[in-house]
Design a protein around this ligand. Structure first.
Ligand code: PLP
Length: 399
């Protein structure tokens, strides 16, 4: 027939899904009755705090909340977002012009890029990175340029400067994410100051994804890019309720900062959606009003799991650093498997240690020497995963 998926222009630009190979092996093993510890997808396993659920239930009982809502988010939610930013970062925002609620950071990011890019516009994205940072550009017909992330510091900025000199047409946008998925790299305010300076100088829009704002360990606090004076002349920032409040399935996030970029997202969304279900918006206000102890407790669970995993791997002879933030451990593939690449090693871990992880190459070619553990099973299960890995490593040494 005339319908030929090879003609689906945007779909054709998307590569095969790398994580699928490990997912399929995981499902096959489970069907065989094997107990696989799944540290693959970053999908929070803990419950949403009760007061947020209670508010959702209460709001859902009211018929006037069943109507179409407001695409950009109801005013009270936008106001709650500005109060959260002020309390948290001492950054003041205008709820009318500098805030838009989104159905998660992912949806917002994808649509912002679509709303602001023209076909062929050059965008710099670190590599490895969370896939939507790259594929939002691909879906918008932009010209994606991968900048090796390495350690997020001066060398990364030098690579950006070098790339800017050699790329034509001039890059329009830079998309960053700190604390970072998948590497757990963190940034400090001095780094953000340099980044904002770089974007101002080169007239580049800056999109910062702060999805892991609440998951910071050992006293580290993730800064907001908007703490840099003048940042909102060039930048917007995305925040998500998925991780800090265990609300991944609720699909709540927001974008704040540069009014023109925010307005572009408001406009494109007004054509595409009617806003989140209003009870979810109302419950999201309650989430943002929770005392800090609530997110601290959620974060503490990840920190304990991190310690269990990283200490265990190190004791088993796999040298892995402790991340300062996120819900991930980014582990360099040990010898003798490094040369085989992250997909093969992930399959090996699944077969031999009964542990599912994400192959680093799924986040970009510069991720291929690592695998990512997501801390989404309890400590007992993580201990079990470490046991399986220890046996796998021992088996190899003994071989
Ligand atoms: C860096 C980053 N941004 C955004 C998201 C998705 O956030 P949301 O659930 O708000 O769409 C994730 C989820 O893993 C992420 O790692």
């Amino acid at each position: 027939m005339f319908i030929d998926e090879r003609n689906f222009h945007r779909i054709q630009r998307l590569p095969p899904y790398v994580f699928k190979a490990v997912d399929e092996l995981k499902m096959q093993a489970r069907h065989r009755g094997e107990d696989i510890i799944d540290l693959g997808m970053g999908n929070p396993d803990q419950p949403t705090p009760q007061p947020i659920i209670d508010k959702l239930v209460e709001a859902a009982q009211k018929p006037h909340n069943h109507r179409y809502s407001v695409s950009r988010g109801i005013y009270k939610l936008r106001l709650a977002i500005t109060k959260w930013y002020e309390r948290r970062f001492d950054v003041r925002l205008d709820p009318e012009t500098e805030v838009v609620a989104t159905m998660g950071a992912k949806e917002g990011l994808g649509h912002l890029v679509m709303a602001t890019l023209a076909p062929g516009d050059v965008v710099f994205v670190p590599n490895p990175t969370y896939p939507i940072h790259s594929y939002s550009v691909v879906l918008a017909d932009g010209d994606l340029r991968a900048i090796p992330l390495g350690d997020a510091g001066d060398e990364f900025i030098e690579r950006l400067e070098e790339a800017t000199k050699t790329v034509w047409p001039r890059p329009k946008m830079l998309i960053l994410n700190f604390p970072q998925n998948p590497t757990a790299a963190v940034a400090d305010l001095a780094f953000f100051e340099k980044i904002v300076g770089f974007c101002r100088e080169n007239q580049m829009m800056l999109v910062h994804d702060l999805a892991y704002a609440d998951l910071c360990f050992d006293g580290y606090q993730a800064p907001s890019i908007l703490q840099v004076p003048g940042a909102r002349d060039v930048a917007v920032e995305f925040v998500s309720l998925s991780k800090g409040y265990n609300m991944a399935g609720w699909r709540v996030g927001f974008c704040v900062g540069n009014p023109k970029m925010v307005n572009a997202l408001v406009r494109i969304k007004s054509y595409l959606d009617y806003g989140m279900f209003q009870p979810i918006q109302i419950a999201a206000i309650i989430a943002l009003e929770q005392p800090e102890a609530v997110t601290r407790e959620i974060c503490g669970v990840y920190q304990d799991r991190r310690d269990k995993l990283v200490d265990g791997l190190n004791r088993a002879g796999w040298a892995v650093d402790k991340p300062k933030a996120t819900m991930f451990v980014w582990a360099p593939i040990p010898e003798p498997w490094r040369g085989a690449g992250s997909l093969e090693f992930s399959k090996h871990l699944l077969r031999e240690a009964k542990v599912a992880v994400s192959p680093g190459v799924g986040f970009g070619q510069y991720g291929d020497e690592h695998v990512r553990f997501a801390l989404v099973e309890n400590e007992h299960r993580i201990q079990q995963a470490v046991g399986g890995i220890r046996e796998m490593l021992k088996g190899h040494r003994g071989a």
